[in-house]
Design a protein around this ligand. Structure first.
Ligand SMILES: [Zn+2]
Length: 174
């Protein structure tokens, strides 16, 4: 069986695609529900398809214990992350971006989000020229929407269609 057959397929207006593992989305929503009214997030891990054009989000890693978050801001920490990433890299995953929540907030990234992602695209440390940002907006009561964008060092290159996370998970029987 094709291991990628159960992935959620999200398209951009430019007909580009990103694939999202429903298990990763479910993990992010669980973490989002545990942090009502305060942003939370972490690293996105995944792979690219054979021709490198389509990113596949396989994992939304949990927040680190040194992250700083408030109602409308989030700074991902680094504690324990290097060890965790080394383990995941051995399994064949690579760093592909960041995710965080906007509880009861907009699905659009903030100015600071845009700057952070462009900085990551420019940085030699991350070794990715076109990182992804996934924002979960909403709440447990209202439901969460997932919005993915792809960046380069200048800013957003692709806006993917927003998806209703709970409905997408129901469709994928999670
Ligand atoms: Zn944000």
């Amino acid at each position: 069986m094709d291991p990628d057959s159960d992935l959620i397929r999200i398209r951009s207006s430019k007909s580009r695609e990103v694939l999202l593992n429903p298990g990763a989305l479910a993990a992010a929503i669980r973490q989002a529900n545990l942090s009502p009214g305060r942003e939370t997030g972490g690293v996105l891990l995944g792979r690219f398809t054979g021709d490198k054009s389509v990113p596949i989000i396989y994992k939304c890693l949990p927040s680190t214990s040194d992250c700083q978050h408030s109602r409308a801001s989030f700074s991902r920490g680094t504690r324990g992350l290097a060890t965790l990433l080394r383990r995941e890299f051995v399994r064949g995953y690579q760093y592909i971006g960041e995710w965080h929540t906007h509880p009861d907030g907009p699905s659009q990234p903030s100015c600071r989000d845009h700057l952070t992602m462009a900085r990551i695209a420019r940085s030699a440390c991350y070794q990715i020229a076109d990182p992804l940002l996934m924002i979960l907006s909403g709440s447990e009561a209202r439901g969460w929407k997932a919005a993915v964008r792809r960046y380069n060092k200048m800013g957003v290159t692709d806006r993917f269609a927003e998806i209703e996370a709970s409905a997408a998970l129901l469709e994928h029987e999670l």
